[in-house]
Design a protein around this ligand. Structure first.
Ligand code: ZN
Length: 142
């Protein structure tokens, strides 16, 4: 295990507009505000979700597209650096019309019906993501 200890710099609370792409809009916000490390959470509703499951054997994301109205019950994630830019790593749980849930890693193309979020920015050096041979993922390095 390794970790860093941070203090809180700023807290943002806001709402994405209907039709927003969650990943793209959060990325743009992080860039605009120069946020490089922190945590994200949010709730709301989506009109479409691109949700990934990482196949550990094949070492590839299998992306499922759910093109239907859903509640965003819980979205949470972290912010660090990947390829020199702030990268939001987000997971979400979505409920469908019948109340059953789906979830996973959120990819671009996940569209907002309504979305309320909080972003907590940390003070200190952000973690940087590097390709990890053992998992095939871009993970934090010490
Ligand atoms: Zn993930």
């Amino acid at each position: 295990m390794f970790f860093r200890e941070y203090t809180i710099k700023r807290i943002f609370q806001g709402r994405l507009l209907k039709g927003s792409d969650i990943i793209e809009d959060i990325k743009a916000f992080l860039k605009e505000k120069s946020v490089q490390s922190g945590i994200i959470s949010g709730i709301g509703a989506a009109t479409k979700a691109n949700i990934g499951y990482y196949d550990q054997e094949a070492r590839i994301y299998k992306i499922h597209t759910f093109d239907e109205p859903m509640e965003i019950l819980s979205l949470k994630g972290n912010i660090s650096i990947k390829d020199h830019d702030a990268f939001p790593h987000l997971h979400g749980v979505f409920s469908r019309k019948d109340g059953f849930c789906i979830g996973g890693h959120i990819f671009e193309g996940t569209e907002v019906f309504a979305f309320e979020f909080e972003i907590v920015e940390f003070v200190g050096d952000p973690f940087i993501r590097y390709f990890d041979d053992e998992t095939g993922l871009y993970l934090w390095a010490k």
